[in-house]
Design a protein around this ligand. Structure first.
Ligand code: F6P
Length: 380
């Protein structure tokens, strides 16, 4: 496999004793459809080389728990390619790099516990780790690599917000789920002549909103990359009702979107070691649209539906390719790298570089242009 950067990673960590290589896999952060396909691909590819494979349960927690590290064989991964979730469990709470410690006076300090993870990994007799995660989990993986742990990263997230890879698995499934929901909403919106405001996930980026909004024939798509003006949104909806064809409207809003003169809506602001939680923008918009335009409006938050269910064929294939490519990287000794889709290739990219930048929707890109040509408003 080619490395996309001139910084060639260290070749270290492989046993010289002649015993089989013992690799571990874990899944960290929010789940994404396709995680199980990666696990199956890693397990079968490694077993075919005569290696041993172990699964660490719930991110890194399993390293410290009885029965938290399980041996994986072909039976453990039978039939899991089509399943959502992860057979290993995951967590997006308790970042070991910023572990919150509360002092008696109530003040909170964060400490770095990555050294304990490296020690526990070695005590389990493991040689290399395939860490499947989003930006947060990959940042942890990168820190562990800096502390001497031979790590290979596999990027996942429904948000598709990692710069180094064109797509992450899970994204297409989330888009399909959101599109299916929009398809269903058209008939009820039309029956009542209503405005339906649909909130989709994506954190700081609007990939899911953009792709599902176009595919599901929305009239308005609001994404964090294009701050909106509520008056422009209302004008687009008014135009729809004036034309009378059809006399309803579908608005897709990414959870991280915000007005040009305001801020996003949070359920929970960021705490040490945890991400902020978005949520509530659809409610706010539906109220504003009803007040300003006078059309009955309803809000729907698709939420974790977008993370569930069977991965699409595309996501399964990408996940299986990523898993096999991770084994190539271990064979090459390309530790500290993650696999990345840069069509037509799957490349090795240093994790530290890959997690550096969020991949925002290009506001002057082809997909946004297509939407504008179709008459879709971004509220700008
Ligand atoms: O990063 C994936 C994601 O689903 C985001 O789109 C969303 O903001 C967040 O995770 C939700 O996290 P939680 O599962 O902690 O509610």
């Amino acid at each position: 496999m080619e490395a996309s950067s001139s910084t060639h990673p260290s070749r270290s960590g492989l046993p010289s004793s002649g015993r089989p290589l013992r690799i571990a896999i874990n899944t960290g952060g929010g789940d994404a459809p396709g995680l199980n396909a990666v696990i199956r691909s890693v397990v079968l590819s490694a077993l075919n080389l005569g290696w041993e494979v172990y699964g660490i349960r719930r991110g890194y927690e399993g390293l410290f728990q009885k029965d938290g590290v399980m041996r994986l064989d072909p039976k453990s991964v039978q039939g899991i390619t089509r399943l959502g979730g992860t057979i290993l469990g995951t967590t997006n709470r308790g970042n070991p790099l910023e572990w919150p410690v509360t002092h008696p006076d109530g003040s909170v300090e964060t400490v770095d516990r990555s050294g304990e993870i490296v020690d526990a990994f070695r005590e389990h007799g493991l040689d290399a780790l395939v860490a499947i995660g989003g930006d947060g989990s990959l940042r942890i993986a990168s820190a562990l690599h800096e502390r001497g742990l031979p790590v290979i990263g596999v990027p996942k997230t429904i948000d598709n917000d990692l710069e180094a890879t064109q797509f992450t698995f899970g994204f297409h499934t989330a888009v399909q789920t959101a599109t299916d929901a929009l398809d269903k909403l058209h008939s009820t919106a039309e029956a009542h002549g209503r405005v339906m405001v649909v909130e989709v996930m994506g954190r700081h980026t609007g990939w899911i909103g953009l792709y599902a909004g176009i595919s599901g024939a929305a009239d308005v798509i609001l994404v964090p990359e294009v701050p909106y003006d509520i008056q422009k949104v209302v004008e687009r909806i008014e135009k729809q009702y004036e034309d009378g064809k059809p006399n309803y409207s579908i608005v897709v809003v990414a959870e991280g979107a915000s007005p040009a003169d305001g801020s996003p809506v949070y359920q929970e602001v960021a705490r040490p070691g945890a991400n902020e939680r978005y949520g509530g923008i659809a409610d706010r918009l539906a109220r504003e649209i009803q007040e300003r335009a006078g059309h009955e409006s309803r809000a729907l938050v698709l939420g974790h539906l977008q993370r569930g269910g069977q991965p699409t064929a595309y996501d399964r294939l990408l996940a299986l390719e990523f898993g096999a490519a991770a084994i190539d990287l271990i064979e090459d000794g390309s530790f500290g790298c993650m696999v990345a889709l840069q069509p037509p290739h799957i490349l090795a990219v240093p994790i530290s570089e890959a997690v550096d930048r969020v991949k925002a929707v290009p506001v002057d890109g082809d997909v946004v242009r297509t939407a504008r040509r179709l008459g879709i408003s971004f509220g700008d």
